[in-house]
Design a protein around this ligand. Structure first.
Ligand SMILES: [Zn+2]
Ligand SMILES: [Zn+2]
Length: 396
């Protein structure tokens, strides 16, 4: 039985529904770990489709398993539900009604698209082998929702064989796709360093130990980590984004505090960056008679697409009629905590171009005027459904 389903056409039939969900979530955005309204609507919809639904997974996450008629692989479909602390500057009829909170990253669209995919498969479960585990995660924007769900066992019972997900992406117009194999989004870490010297009078530096000069040398020293320590073929970023010290022009302060972020694709690179940061801080502080307290923490895993998943998914997209000239080996040093799932479960996280410059729908993610072309919603649902179907349906 070779039932060839046109998933883009099936998704198009659900356009009104998906757009309605998306606009509703957009009007009622919720911050990380506070996605209770969104989670309730998601859970009710999945229950109405006859799925067994778990709520409160990773605080406000929702998990539902759609069982097929026969045995087969378990496919994790991931969507994120949280919004951002941004006051909206869009004035469409579906603009945010919650002051200071806005879906400025497209997670409203991701949630709506995954609900659309759930609907498409719920109507075809008798043709399905294996199962789909729908994972609606909270708190992506603070990089902790996926981990919270993992701690609550989202990757067990059943353990997924493959994970699939997407991000609407305003750096590309609708119709363009980011479908690279290998690392596509960076892992990230944060740091905070407190340098302590000895305060004193600005006119008597010889009586003090100046933490400002020490901090300045450390900032410059850090610039050599990427440029002089790492293999030039390894990609990484290290940015000192905060440097706070001092209270008055005639006082040498007691302490200086600096903070920032680093991004990487490989764990060995992250280890080297952390080691060199500590060595530079220790060495400069020893030379400048200061002491330092260094706090470094890894926040998100790199997002790496497994070629054994990405390659067949690209073929599935081609079979849907997407010409490979629209495929891009897109990578970004931005981070996404879906990497937390994909470190354990081989998968594919792809970018679906969502901008429409002619309509002014091309503001970047996290901008108060962020919005996207809703034509991307049925397109994304069709692409994601086709990728899922590759694993859970016998298709020609
Ligand atoms: Zn975001
Ligand atoms: Zn996002």
């Amino acid at each position: 039985m070779m039932t060839k389903i046109d998933w883009l056409q099936q998704a198009n039939k659900l356009t009104d529904e998906i757009v309605r969900w998306r606009r509703d979530f957009h009007q009622h955005p919720e911050l990380a770990f506070k996605e209770t309204r969104t989670a309730r609507i998601v859970a009710e919809e999945l229950q109405s489709l006859g799925m067994e639904v778990q709520t409160g997974v990773g605080k406000t996450g929702v998990v539902a398993v759609l069982e097929g008629a026969s045995d087969g692989p378990t496919v994790l479909v991931r969507a994120d539900m949280d919004a951002l602390p941004i006051a909206t500057e869009i004035n469409t009829e579906y603009a945010s009604q919650t002051p200071g909170v806005m879906h400025a990253c497209g997670h409203d669209g991701h949630t709506a698209v995954a609900l659309g995919v759930a609907r498409m498969f719920a109507a075809r479960r008798d043709q399905m082998k294996g199962r789909i585990k729908f994972v609606f995660q909270p708190a992506e924007e603070i990089g902790s929702g996926a981990r919270a769900m993992k701690v609550d066992g989202v990757l067990q019972n059943p353990r997924p064989d493959v994970s699939l997900g997407l991000h609407l992406w305003n750096e590309m117009p609708v119709g363009e796709l980011g479908v690279a194999s290998g690392p596509v989004m960076a892992g990230s870490g944060d740091f905070e360093i407190t340098i302590t010297g000895k305060g004193g009078h600005g006119a008597a530096p010889h009586m003090a130990v100046d933490p400002v000069v020490c901090a300045a040398q450390i900032v410059l020293g850090f610039q050599t980590i990427i440029a002089r320590t790492l293999d030039p073929l390894d990609t990484a970023v290290l940015s000192v984004t905060r440097l706070h010290t001092g209270t008055a022009n005639n006082i040498i302060p007691q302490t200086a505090v600096m903070g920032g972020t680093f991004r990487f694709f490989k764990h060995t690179v992250a280890e080297t960056i952390q080691r060199r940061m500590r060595e530079i801080v220790d060495g400069v502080c020893a030379a400048m008679n200061c002491t330092a307290e260094v706090q470094i923490k890894l926040t998100t895993e790199p997002v790496a697409n497994a070629d054994e998943v990405a390659a067949p998914v690209r073929r599935v997209f081609e079979a849907l009629g997407v010409s490979p000239e629209h495929f891009h080996n897109y990578r970004t040093m931005g981070s996404e905590d879906v990497g937390e799932f994909m470190t354990d479960i081989p998968g594919m996280f792809f970018f679906v171009g969502s901008a429409n410059p002619e309509r002014g729908l091309n503001y970047p993610h996290h901008h108060p005027r962020f919005d996207f072309d809703e034509a991307v919603l049925p397109l994304s649902a069709g692409l994601l459904a086709a990728a899922v179907a590759h694993y859970v349906m016998d298709e020609a």
